[in-house]
Design a protein around this ligand. Sequence first.
Ligand SMILES: Nc1nc2c(ncn2[C@@H]2O[C@H](COP(=O)(O)OP(=O)(O)OP(=O)(O)O)[C@@H](O)[C@H]2O)c(=O)[nH]1
Ligand SMILES: Nc1ccn([C@@H]2O[C@H](COP(=O)(O)OP(=O)(O)O)[C@@H](O)[C@H]2O)c(=O)n1
Ligand SMILES: [Mg+2]
Length: 182
Amino acid sequence: MAGGPGSGKGTQCEKVVAKYGYTHLSSGDLLRAEVASGSERGKTLQAIMQKGELVPLDTVLDMIKDAMIAKAGVSKGFLIDGYPREVKQGEEFEKKIGAPCLLLYIDAKGETMVKRLMKRGETSGRADDNEETIKKRLDLYYKATEPVITFYTSRGIVRKIDSELPVDEVFGHVAKAIDDLK
Ligand SMILES: Nc1nc2c(ncn2[C@@H]2O[C@H](COP(=O)(O)OP(=O)(O)OP(=O)(O)O)[C@@H](O)[C@H]2O)c(=O)[nH]1
Ligand SMILES: Nc1ccn([C@@H]2O[C@H](COP(=O)(O)OP(=O)(O)O)[C@@H](O)[C@H]2O)c(=O)n1
Ligand SMILES: [Mg+2]
């Protein structure tokens, strides 16, 4: 699942997991867990994330790969949230893991994303939910991540979903895209 910061990926992923039982892997959550562990690596990651920059490609990919291996025997399928962030990450993922069958593109306007993140920042405790970092995340999204969508559109696996709608309506479209796979 791809989409800008605050577009609603986490919200939709949670609903997909409840309905379909896929294993949800959020690259952002995996990174935040490493930060919370207090490890040396976590400290380096914290500094990058606080600035709204991208963590090196191999670090994120290794974390996703380890998490997938841990669940490989029992999973009905994987739902990966917030990855790839740049075209190169997508290419590396395919080399090391495999090709995705569907890219759910959760699309919201820039101003909507900023509004949602500022609101989330009131309670989330996330170091990157502040005005300055949000702006950087958004800029980086347009520069590095939107090309990912173009890349997979040329493969014919992208389903674009309007996330300006209420959460349940957005989910209706998400579920339809997943059901169409079957
Ligand atoms: N009105 C409305 N609000 C939404 C919708 N989806 C998410 N939100 C709110 O927007 C905020 C961001 O949603 P998340 O699901 O955390 O977004 P995300 O894409 O995972 O964001 P990042 O983790 O920053 O990438 C949350 O506070 C949600 O409650 C939606 O469809 N409609
Ligand atoms: N694949 C990823 C995912 C997250 N990250 C970092 O983790 C931060 C939070 O990621 P996230 O997916 O939870 O949130 P958004 O940036 O989408 O709002 C990003 O701003 C990046 O600094 C990354 O570098 N590479
Ligand atoms: Mg999220």
